[in-house]
Design a protein around this ligand. Structure first.
Ligand code: FES
Length: 571
């Protein structure tokens, strides 16, 4: 393994090409000595339309210091930033676009290695996907989680409490003045959402997979140790670039095993099913839903993190962070997996200690004997569906009820709070046409609201089923990612009001109790919804996005095309 030499070739070429490359680079104040060094790209997804990336300017400077210290030549560049709160119709629609941007900018520029600055949900997955396909030495560095939110003496979590408290406000049990006061303190620092939502899950997973340095998952965004981690990443990427250690040598099958194990032990986000499948698809690794379920059954839930548990990322950091969870999990992990530190995962976590066993339990005394996530199969989801049972109501995990069907988001909005809606608390709410193609972009609407008339009666959870995703910060008895989705004629499209649906998480089943003759009749009369995009990126998305078990990647992006030393910008 050796340095790719892309930077050297670029700057030391003869003729007008080399002359131009050096002359234009000198215009930025760099000199010949700088251009002898390995070129390290710092992919900075900073944006003012992405609150989670607020600390990236400072973090990027720390990475640069590290690169200079280790004898590299850092060059910062931007890629698309995906701010969860700001993107319409859903950030997931743009994840693949960001992954293409990342891959092509790594490929197109004369880089020998890259540090990918990520933080908000989809930016992490996009960077992993792009880095996997470009396969140039890479380290992911997250911006870190927010500090705990606060309201007077209460600890709050974004955005688990955003939903809970909004439901209370709508039900009239939380007054408007208090609701607004809470708004001022729930998101009070730089960083990503501080519960074990999707960003916390994916940033922690990067640590378990060895593509990020130890500490990446939980060091708070505003803690000076995050800046020191950034500096270390800058130093370390220079060595990886010199040694030619590529993401495909780090993100191996064993690394995915370790990622899924951490996901289950920490009660992480269901979105990780989709993102990990997409990254694995880039690397030619098969990651069937059955593997997630198999690992979940063998992996105890040992971290008490909201929304499945009681604590948040700041608490987890003081309790030992992700290294302490991984050390406790070692008997279940592939500890020999190599990481970007140059050491194995087991070596990385050797000195980690659990500082608070209310937050990180031991394997001997787990919170639950199995992981917090399950995969369901049945005639309603022939290709699988997912539930985060750790964040569900225990009394609903075995449930049979009458379907109340909403055909799409507009139908849901129009009728969910209708006082005349025919719905009771034991019914099963079904939302159709919110999958990868149907929505499109598979938005996080799987935890759609409880009907207003039941909310007023104190109902806070019901079985809800859809082909959508749900925010990792959400809770409830929510069946997600139903595949194949309804917009391509999956069985979910055939459900009608009054059908009986049975959920049994212990048996991993989701059954529509309608006989096959009746279903065949409905199937024959089914019409696909009209496509929502006629042109542009949206049209490309609809035409090429794959289903949830394949990670919702584009069919033409599966696999990789590793960059080579000879791959150079042409002048
Ligand atoms: Fe970025 Fe929650 S808004 S992680």
């Amino acid at each position: 393994m050796t340095e790719s030499g892309r930077g050297k070739t670029f700057f030391q070429q003869g003729g007008v090409a080399g002359f131009t490359h050096r002359a234009f680079t000198k215009s930025m104040g760099f000199d010949d000595e700088d251009m002898q060094k390995p070129v390290i790209g710092i992919c900075n997804t900073f944006s003012e339309v992405n609150n989670c990336h607020r600390n990236f300017r400072e973090l990027c400077e720390a990475v640069k210091r590290g690169v200079w210290q280790a004898g590299g030549f850092p060059l910062e560049f931007p890629t698309i930033s995906l701010g969860e709160i700001y993107l319409n119709p859903t950030s997931m629609l743009y994840r693949n676009l960001a992954a293409m941007d990342t891959e092509e900018m790594i490929r197109g520029q004369p880089l020998d290695g890259v540090v990918l600055l990520v933080n908000c949900d989809k930016s992490i997955a996009a960077a992993m996907m792009g880095a996997a396909s470009a396969d140039l030495p890479a380290i992911l560095l997250s911006g870190g989680p927010m500090l705990n939110g606060r309201y007077r003496d209460q600890i709050l979590g974004a955005c688990t409490d955003c939903r809970r408290l909004t439901a209370e406000n709508q039900a009239g049990t939380l007054d408007d003045a208090t609701y607004h006061e809470i708004e001022d303190g729930i998101v009070r620092s730089a960083g990503h959402c501080m519960v074990m939502g999707t960003a916390s899950t994916m940033n922690s997973i990067c640590e378990a997979m060895g593509i990020a340095l130890p500490g990446n998952g939980a060091i708070p965004a505003v803690d000076a140790r995050r800046l020191r981690l950034a500096e270390s990443a800058g130093r370390r990427i220079v060595t990886l670039a010199k040694e030619g250690v590529r993401p495909s040598q780090i993100m191996t099958r064993d690394a995915f095993h370790n990622a899924i194990s951490l996901l289950c032990a920490a009660g992480g986000s269901t979105n990780a099913f989709i993102h990990l499948a997409a990254v694995a698809g880039r690397l030619g690794i098969d990651l069937p839903l059955s593997l997630f379920d198999e690992i979940s059954r063998k992996t105890p839930l040992i971290a008490s993190l909201r929304p499945a548990g009681k604590y948040q990322m700041e608490d987890l950091y003081y309790a030992g962070g992700i290294p302490a969870i991984l050390k406790e999990l070692l008997p279940l992990l592939r500890g020999d997996a190599m990481t970007v530190t140059g050491k194995t995962l087991a070596e990385n976590v050797q000195s980690a200690l659990i500082q608070d066993n209310k937050i990180i339990h031991s394997l001997d005394n787990p919170i639950a004997p199995e992981g917090g996530l399950s995969v369901l199969w049945g005639n309603l989801a022939p290709d699988g569906a997912v539930i985060k049972h750790a964040a569900a109501s225990a009394n609903l995990l075995q449930h049979r009820g009458r379907a109340v069907v909403f055909q799409n988001m507009d139908d849901l909005s129009a009728r969910i709070n209708d006082p005349d809606l025919d719905v009771e608390e034991n019914d099963v709410l079904v939302l159709q046409n919110v999958g990868p193609i149907g929505a499109p972009g598979m938005p996080e609407v799987g935890n759609f609201p409880i009907p207003g008339k039941l909310l007023g009666r104190g109902v806070r959870d019901m079985v809800r089923i859809s082909d959508a995703r749900m925010s990792g910060t959400a809770f409830g008895t929510i069946v997600l990612h139903v595949a194949p989705e309804s917009a391509i004629g999956g069985p979910l499209a055939l459900v009608r009001d009054g059908d009986e649906i049975e959920l049994d998480v212990s048996r991993r089943s989701i059954i529509l109790h309608v006989d096959e003759v009746e279903l065949a009749k409905r199937r024959a009369g089914w019409q696909p919804p009209a496509p929502q995009f006629e042109r542009g990126y949206g049209r490309m998305y609809i035409e090429h996005v794959m289903q949830a078990p394949q990670g919702c990647d584009f069919d033409f992006l599966r696999g990789s095309s590793p960059v080579t030393a000879t791959e150079q910008p042409k002048f």
